[in-house]
Design a protein around this ligand. Structure first.
Ligand code: SF4
Length: 714
């Protein structure tokens, strides 16, 4: 670490997928005090920060930091920690094979950390059992993008907001969960009063403050609404047949399915629990407006039909040609700071590396690049299945990095049981005491925000640097360093020679372009150049100085690519986008007399995930001080609950206690409980224990927005 005070250090916020740029200045390096402000030059936020980003300087205390390796409760040296970890993994692999071990990683990791973890597991251990908590938030769009575009690519960018005439926010409390996007939409509306905003959400959230139309949709029925719109556009003769003919396949099946499942507005309104007039208004606005952004987030993704819901949205943009154009396109709002970077390196169990699937060609190519004969040849276990396999004793060692599955996974009590049974649990974390670290045999101290160095990629494909501001505390190390040392100790010394994040970034960028066999003379690829990008040959200084840039970065677009698919060519074998025939499905878990209410989970404005960082900033705890449950007055009356009472909420999986907030912002029959509280913070406030473990069959993403539940006065 090179102290750089008093210079300003440009870095990126630790929290959500907006990926705001930050300028940090050190006040006192020994006291770990810094000042942060929004980076006015960062194109994702132009100087703006929300409450969480603004409070980052107040989260750098060393209280409860994990500062030394700990094995079975005893502080040990790094040498011993590396040896024990590698010995346990090696012994289990030797005895039971590579699929008996797993990594469970996180969208909090930097791209470089992710790359090394993926390389070790898929390239050298020879298993694909590496999955990530991004499975809980982004897996459905990932699959939907691949089905539609042939690649996991977000077409648009934030600048499109300034050019849109209609913005649809569906399954997204943007005001709280992506606040800087929300502010940008608000500003765009001030600049252009004709801009309309439609919010589709069972809850009347703060996002509705800028809504021209709020559709309080019945939980889980979104695909009916979008299929109905496709059928409506078809009936009104409002499809773009020129675009469809040139650039789209699968049109007739998708239209037939839409017309069959949702033939008219009356049926849509009935299924979705909406006023017919409101559905008609929404459909009319979509029909009459050219520049439309459909932004979607967890309310769409966290569903047993999340992939289909995303494709139902993308279908609308393909059928009308409203994609790859200024101010128009489907837009996935990613959850975590580096959910996108993890996808880029292949940090999901169903991807090999660098956006590549497990085809024979890809496996051979990656084997040549990594110079390994042990590259995994098939998909690994996705998050929920992975912890099932741990509980079943099939996976006997797991290394958890930068996440707390005991809180965040569905059916979280089963995760506890799984970790209790697991032969060897290693956890890399910044914090010593979390609901997950207590199950660890080995605790490995990792650097946190403001200490680590690398890159993240935000929702608009923008790669930004996270830079170290403060020196490493205690013996904490970068995640990539810890993984590298274990890889070396396992006998893979030659393949993990890294001394810096920069070396890893270059290798990652080189792999993304390695032996790209696409024929550059192919007219379908006329504007693209897949040669090794300038990012693959950055010097250490260039990497240090890297300005925020949107991938892909090619010799044709050395300054990055703002908008994808402008030429109407996609990454499918035919170069055409694929419309998917959607048959909408209702949530899998059905209500019953025992569990008659729908439990929805989500974020609040001023906290992040399990609050390990945000709870350290006193001003962030003022917003909501304890776990709460929102319920409609009619449900409160039915269950005899007054505002402010303690409520016991139960599902088939577990129970928790929270304080009642009776509000008509909830639909009758719907409950909302925030995801943030842990047992460390509130012994009975962990909502993950209640969430049903049903997953989407394509993406493996859990249905965290729809668990049958019941309530009673505590
Ligand atoms: Fe920006 Fe998100 Fe950080 Fe807020 S939490 S400052 S919106 S990146």
């Amino acid at each position: 670490f090179k102290p750089v005070e008093p210079k300003e250090i440009k870095t990126t916020c630790a929290y959500c997928g907006v990926g705001c740029g930050i300028s940090a200045t050190i006040n006192n390096i020994d006291e770990r005090t810094i000042m942060v402000r929004g980076d006015k030059l960062h194109p994702s936020n132009y100087g703006r920060l929300c409450s969480k980003g603004t409070a980052l300087a107040d989260t750098l205390t060393l209280d409860d930091r994990l500062l030394h390796p700990i094995y079975k409760g005893e502080q040990i040296s790094w040498n011993k920690a590396i040896k024990e970890t590698s010995d346990h993994f090696s012994a289990i692999i030797e005895q039971h094979g590579p699929d008996a071990v797993a990594f469970y990683v996180s969208g909090q990791l930097l791209t470089e950390d992710y790359y090394v973890a993926n390389k070790l597991m898929k390239g050298f251990i020879g298993s694909s059992n590496i999955d990530t908590n991004s499975r809980l938030c982004m897996a459905s769009p990932t699959v939907a993008h691949k089905r539609a575009f042939g690649s996991d690519t977000v077409p648009g960018c934030y600048d499109d907001i300034d050019h849109a005439e209609l913005i649809i926010l569906t399954g997204s409390n943007t005001a709280w969960c992506h606040p800087i996007i929300f502010q940008r939409i608000k500003k765009a509306k001030e600049n252009n009063p004709a801009l309309k905003v439609v919010v589709i959400d069972p809850r009347k959230t703060d996002t509705c403050a800028i809504a021209d139309l709020h559709l309080p949709i019945q939980s889980g029925t979104d695909a009916y609404l979008f299929n109905g719109l496709l059928a409506h556009l078809s009936k009104q003769g409002q499809l773009n047949f020129e675009y469809i003919e040139q650039h789209v396949e699968g049109f007739s099946h998708a239209i037939t399915s839409a017309i069959e499942t949702t033939p008219n507005i009356t049926k849509v309104a009935n299924i979705c629990g909406l006023a017919e007039a409101d559905v008609a208004t929404f459909y009319q606005w979509f029909t009459q407006t050219e520049n439309i952004i459909s932004a979607y987030s967890q309310g769409i993704n966290q569903s047993s039909s999340g992939t289909d819901k995303v494709n139902a949205i993308i279908n609308l943009h393909l059928a009308t040609g409203r994609i790859g154009k200024i101010g128009a396109g489907p837009f996935s709002l990613t959850g975590q700071p580096n959910a996108m970077g993890g996808r880029e390196v292949g940090g999901l169990a169903n991807q090999l590396a660098a956006h590549m699937d497990f085809t024979e060609d890809n496996i051979n190519r990656v084997s040549r690049f990594w110079q390994s004969d042990h590259v995994s040849s098939s998909q690994g276990l996705k998050a929920v299945d992975l912890f099932d396999a741990i509980e079943a004793g099939k996976v006997k060692a797991v290394w958890i990095m930068a996440t707390s599955p005991v809180d965040s996974l569905p059916n979280a009590n089963q995760v506890k049981a799984a970790l209790e049974k697991c032969e060897f649990v290693a956890v890399s974390d910044c914090m010593q005491h979390t609901d997950t670290t207590q199950y660890a045999d080995m605790l490995l101290p990792a650097l946190g925000w403001g200490e680590k160095d690398g890159t993240v990629t935000n929702s608009e494909r923008r790669i930004s640097r996270q830079r170290a501001i403060l020196p490493p505390p205690g013996e904490a190390k970068p995640d990539w360093w810890i993984i590298t040392q274990v890889a070396k100790a396992m006998g893979f010394e030659q393949s993990f020679p890294y001394q810096s994040a920069h070396e890893i970034f270059n290798e990652h960028a080189q792999l993304s372009a390695f032996e790209n066999t696409l024929d550059k003379n192919d007219p379908l690829l006329k504007k693209r150049d897949f040669n090794i990008s300038s990012l693959a040959t950055l010097s250490a200084q260039q990497y240090d100085d890297l300005m925020p840039i949107q991938w892909p970065v090619t010799s044709v677009s050395p300054q990055g690519t703002k908008r994808m698919f402008e030429d109407g060519h996609y990454f499918t074998p035919t170069g055409k986008a694929q419309m998917i025939a959607i048959e909408p499905r209702l949530p899998e878990a059905r209500l019953s007399d025992e569990f008659p209410l729908i439990l929805n989970t989500g974020r609040i404005r001023d906290q992040w995930h399990t609050m390990t960082r945000t709870a350290l900033a006193p001003q962030l705890n003022n917003h909501k001080a304890e776990p709460f449950i929102e319920l409609h007055p009619s449900d409160a009356q039915h269950f005899n609950i007054d505002d402010g009472c303690l409520v016991l909420t139960s599902s088939a999986y577990g129970e928790m206690i929270a304080r009642a907030e009776v509000t008509d912002s909830q639909k009758p029959g719907h409950l909302f409980i925030p995801m943030h509280w842990t047992e460390q913070l509130s012994s009975k406030g962990r909502v993950g224990a209640l969430v049903n473990p049903v997953t989407d069959p394509y993406s493996g993403q859990p249905e965290s927005k729809h668990t049958p539940a019941t309530i009673k006065l505590y």
